[in-house]
Design a binder for this molecule. Sequence first.
Ligand SMILES: Cc1ncc(COP(=O)(O)O)c(C=O)c1O
Length: 394
Amino acid sequence: MIYPERFSNLPAYAFPRLRGLLDPHPAGGPVVNMTIGEPKHPFPDWVKTVLAENIDGFGVYPPNDGSPELLDAISGWIKRRYGVEFDAQTGAMALNGTREGLYNVAMALLPEQKRGKRPVVLIPNPFYQVYMIAAISIGAEPVFVPATRQGGYLPDYGALPAEVLDRTVAAYICSPGNPQGAVADAGYWQDLLALAEKHDFRIFSDECYSEIYRGDTAPMGVLTAAEAAGSDPERIVLFQSLSKRSNLPGLRAGFIAAGPESTAHIRRLRSYAGAPMPLPLQRVAERAWADEAHVTQNRRLYAEKYVAADQVMQGVPGYQGPEGGFFLWLPVEDSEAAALKLWTQAGIRVLPGTYLGQDTNGENPGKAYIRVAMVAPKDEMVEALTRLRDCLYN
Ligand SMILES: Cc1ncc(COP(=O)(O)O)c(C=O)c1O
């Protein structure tokens, strides 16, 4: 059989890679899994009722773009959360989680060439892996831009050579970031929007962690920043999700919000090739976007975990708690060696940062970090973090 050349050099995905590293060895203590970003707080009770009330919807093909009611709920949420007027009836589309959207939007919107040359897609490094596969799938050159401690864990796209920026068709950005938990502030957004304007590229803003943050000020999102800057709405795609916000990773519910022209392109591609979100699940999503009480409660649980993690990790050299999201990004000498040590000596599974990054100029910016998901119940998390600290840093 012949297989596509463009995927021939792909390493195994992070989780099978981790299993290959750890599973040959027995656990050295009570097993705790802190690898995957799968929320464990309860989802709201009414999910069951709404699903039951709408169960007949499994008997029909669902609307491709999202039901009018779901799109209305999304308009309302965008207005409340981002403070902008937005018509989701023409500017949004329901997704089966953001991951498929992060992939399919590249297919739907990005051109084969720019100025007669191979296009570039900018990707923060380390990064959520679908950004890379989207770029490769459309024949673009993925350019990985380190997001290191010196740069506040956000990529400095403006420092790239003009030759690269002029070929750029899109830049992915994730705020709050996975894995580092950094939040883009107004200045960062302003610079990025100006750069995108100057070099004529799109911004793909992955904000799936936007509702999990420290303190009382919600992270600024791309729609708010774009309105303040007067940016072309067609330049921007927002990706949102209920997976983290509402503890519903298995619902597979997200949306894109973009300019009407871009949205029409995305809807058209998905009407050919996509799987629309089942109607009963759209009804649950509609209810979830309209309700903030459970989100506030969820954020409170994470706020307690931020404080608890800071207490356990205080004194660990280089420790910095996240501004948002639910990962700790902990400095180590070598990420695979640290993950193996934690497993064999303490029974704790964490993800080596190396698996989330790519070599740029011979260096993988994830190599000296491990990613630790704070998803377990607080007491369990504190106990595991204490063992982690004692194993790695004492
Ligand atoms: C940065 C980031 N983006 C997107 C996703 C995908 O989320 P979902 O497809 O569940 O909406 C995840 C999931 O872990 C993520 O960490």
